[in-house]
Design a protein around this ligand. Sequence first.
Ligand SMILES: Cc1cc2nc3c(=O)[nH]c(=O)nc-3n(C[C@H](O)[C@H](O)[C@H](O)COP(=O)(O)OP(=O)(O)OC[C@H]3O[C@@H](n4cnc5c(N)ncnc54)[C@H](O)[C@@H]3O)c2cc1C
Length: 380
Amino acid sequence: MDATKALDKAKDIATRIAAPAASKHDSEGSFPAETMKALGEAGLLGLHVPTELGGLGLGPRAFADVMAALAEADGSVAMVYMMHILGTSCILAAPTRDAFKDTLKDIAAGKHLTTLAFSESGSRSHFWAPVSKATRSGDGVMITAQKSWVTTAGHAQSYVVSTLSATGKGPTDSTLYLVDAKAPGVNIRGAWDGMGLRANASSPIAFETQVSDKARLTEESTGFKAMLEVVLPLFNLGQAAVGLGLSRATTNATVSHLKAAKFEHLGQSLGEALPNLRANLATMQIKCDALAAVIDDTVRHLESPGDLTMLRVLEAKALGGDTSIEVTSLGMRTCGGAAFSKHTSIDRFFRDAHAGAVMAPTGDVLREFIGKALLGIPLF
Ligand SMILES: Cc1cc2nc3c(=O)[nH]c(=O)nc-3n(C[C@H](O)[C@H](O)[C@H](O)COP(=O)(O)OP(=O)(O)OC[C@H]3O[C@@H](n4cnc5c(N)ncnc54)[C@H](O)[C@@H]3O)c2cc1C
């Protein structure tokens, strides 16, 4: 399947399955299992798994396009999908990748959902510095970690878990492991009840679990390198695409409302009657198109990396977070009471958009990194 077909399939699932179920999942805080099943059956869980393992073998452009299409229907679905793709990337990048062939084949066949368990309550948004530390035990290590937010908790078949290496000396000397979700000592601590992304099951998980050395996804103490080189570029690109999907969904919903809502006493629609609302709509469209252009440029950087690639990667997520908050806020204001009383779904896009700047690296941290990069100061 080529990138165009993959995007067509994603759009079909987004409009036919994800969008109609989104409000219900949002109000109930329930997991979008039917959409994830459909994405699996369509082969999209193996988006960038090589074709020889049954995957689609596609790259960052297809990822960004699929992410934006899913987010336009349901931000939670997009986030679950993104965390799965990131977890899969860690498995694909493992020096012992052949040992994970069966898992990768299951992913490509839509039978295995994975996710990242990086953030810890002890180091909060500084995911690159876990406070948990593995201890040598039997043929592997004992992982004892309090992971504070794990998207897809309880619905994934595995977790990509970071922990300081048993032999590590510095605060970023971590190692990544693939932990079976059913392993003894993997315990979800409470239900997810967030302000936004309410359907993505981002619960805390306590790990007190024995893991074999065969489940190691990186060399000892090189987890940080994988976080920066494998996870960060795709995570930031994916988050920017989520911002774009939410912004486009809001703009489309605003168009519909401005056309449909009438001032009967004036004989005009809202859009016909009020130039300030038309100006708001124009601003929303300009911001969507500017973000799309930056995403496109970031994809080109990832396809042919150069000196400015890391800067672009950092900027893309910062812009995606800012744009989606600005556009959804404008949508709320432009559609007024109809949006406030949940008649347009814009309130959901607005709440979902606020996760973008909170998820690490947060908007603040990205600015700190970008400023340091411009001044030639080391990031860490
Ligand atoms: C919906 C959702 C899903 C998530 N899913 C996952 C997941 O699947 N896996 C995972 O590992 N994590 C996940 N996370 C966790 C996320 O990536 C962050 O680690 C978490 O949101 C940080 O929470 P915090 O606000 O407590 O961090 P804090 O560190 O307490 O941040 C508080 C404030 O301080 C600011 N701040 C922190 N450090 C700096 C700095 N150095 N310079 C300037 N400002 C700073 C932040 O920007 C923020 O405004 C998820 C979070 C959310 C909201």
